[in-house]
Ligand binder design. Structure first.
Ligand SMILES: Cc1cc2nc3c(=O)[nH]c(=O)nc-3n(C[C@H](O)[C@H](O)[C@H](O)COP(=O)(O)OP(=O)(O)OC[C@H]3O[C@@H](n4cnc5c(N)ncnc54)[C@H](O)[C@@H]3O)c2cc1C
Length: 417
């Protein structure tokens, strides 16, 4: 068996490592000329970390990330609405990591090069078409160097090629552009002072604007300083039009546009959003885009994985986590020894319904609904939280999401779970 993986993002690289661990030959093709450590901070949840730990990567993650201790939700005045311990601090067997997306990709890439070999990773190769001939799959890549085409044959083709997936487009040619909900997400990272435990994550605000902040790296050479990741989510459209600029994770944001949603909006004790943003030289914008869940990912010997399969709003820390879970599930099934087509169907049956539900729940705000609800009922702040929302209401939103995304403690800690 030989697998062709299209895309060298977190999903594609995790898939390559997982397939290799199962003894399956694999090659990765990435359209970018180099696999560069792009993006800013993300969170990866304990169930995904469990899978990366099984691949022997836990020490590396500890070297480049921070084990998230707690997540605090507040309104825009810093009044606490919900607080949860996270990862091992909450009793999970595995940590949650706050981590630089590019550095996580870098750890996976390094492991792929070491374990599978540099000759099996092909940057500068853009998939242009593929053909499933029944017994084999043939994929054609346009090489950036030389602008010629290369044809590769394998037993299975895995489209881990992101929200603008070429593989998905072949099966859903009329799907069009991703849909936008009118919210813009600005993200950046900057050296700053640690706050609270030094491993805390805060999400403040509500429907009109949210400020997210958490540390992602402590450089041992600069004690007393930490790399703070921040994000602001604010409404700039009603969702009936395409975004003002095409969704691109590497697009720089406009400071004046962003500050309209921050200046005078947040008064938080623990962090100062205006100061943090103003000290960030370059930051990025990304319109909150996703796609409607589809009924099928697997067609013969070809399937979809990660954002190509289930692009979702980046809320609830699930984008990278679900891609890693897809990878491990798919590799396990392909190693089962049955027909490739059956393994791909079984993978789809295991992963599609649950990820479709996460896509839908993220549209409603995911676990962050707790701050939306409180802002709606008490836009100017509150005296006592219990006069605004009951603990049961808030708990249902947070815990309901955890069990939906299969990272409740009972899911992650159970043997073999
Ligand atoms: C540059 C970048 C920065 C990001 N930054 C953030 C962030 O700051 N916060 C956040 O929450 N999420 C971010 N994301 C998204 C996040 O990484 C994903 O949601 C999640 O990790 C799932 O990853 P994926 O591998 O499925 O998709 P992606 O991470 O999108 O990876 C898909 C890969 O496929 C490649 N590709 C696409 N088309 C082709 C083709 N035709 N042929 C060959 N290769 C192709 C792409 O270049 C890309 O490397 C970023 C994604 C990218 C690509």
């Amino acid at each position: 068996m030989k697998a062709i993986v299209v895309g060298g993002g977190i999903g594609g690289l995790a898939t390559a490592l997982s397939l290799h661990a199962q003894g399956i030959e694999v090659e990765v093709f990435e359209q970018s000329r180099t696999i560069r450590e792009l993006g800013v901070g993300i969170n990866t949840l304990p169930h995904a970390i469990k899978e990366l730990a099984a691949l022997g990567l836990l020490d590396e993650l500890d070297r480049i990330g921070i084990r998230t201790h707690e997540l605090i939700y507040t309104n825009r005045f810093g009044q606490e609405i919900w607080r949860d311990l996270r990862g091992t601090d909450a009793g999970y067997e595995f940590p949650q990591f706050s981590i630089h997306r590019g550095k996580l990709q870098g750890v996976l890439h390094k492991a792929v090069l070491e374990r599978i070999g540099g000759d099996k990773v092909h940057p500068g190769h853009q998939l242009v078409r593929f053909e499933d001939t029944g017994g084999r799959v043939t994929a054609t890549f346009e090489r950036r160097e030389g602008h010629d085409d290369v044809t590769v044959t394998g037993s299975v083709l895995i489209g881990a090629d992101g929200i603008h997936s070429t593989v998905r487009k072949a099966f859903y040619p009329d799907e069009g552009a991703p849909s936008w909900n009118g919210l813009m997400l600005w993200r950046g990272a900057v050296e700053g002072k640690p706050f609270l435990t030094g491993r805390s994550m805060i999400i403040a605000g509500g429907m009109s604007a949210k400020f997210v902040c958490y540390p992602i790296y402590n450089d041992p050479d600069t004690p007393g300083s930490t790399l703070l990741n921040w994000a602001v989510v604010a409404r700039i459209g009603d969702g009936s039009t395409p975004p003002p600029r095409r969704e691109d994770w590497s697009r720089l944001g406009d400071r004046a546009e962003l500050m309209n949603h921050v200046d005078g909006v947040f008064t938080l004790d623990v962090v100062d959003p205006v100061a943090i943003i103003n000290s960030t030289v370059d930051f990025y914008e990304y319109p909150m885009c996703d796609r409607d869940p589809v009924d099928r990912w697997s067609f013969g010997r070809v399937t979809l994985l990660g954002d190509a399969a289930h692009p979702m709003y980046p809320v609830g820390s699930n984008g990278a986590s679900q891609a890693i879970l897809d990878a491990r599930c798919l590799a396990g099934l392909l190693a089962g020894g049955g027909a490739v087509e059956d393994a791909l169907k079984a993978y789809e049956a295991q992963r599609l319904p649950m990820t479709a539900e996460i896509v839908r729940t993220n549209r409603k705000g995911g676990p962050e609904q707790v701050i939306d609800l409180v802002e709606e009922r008490a836009p100017d702040g509150f005296g006592k939280l219990e006069d605004v929302a009951t603990r049961e209401e808030l708990e249902a939103m947070v815990r309901g999401y955890a069990s939906l995304a299969r990272f409740s403690q009972s899911d992650v800690n159970k043997p073999g779970g």
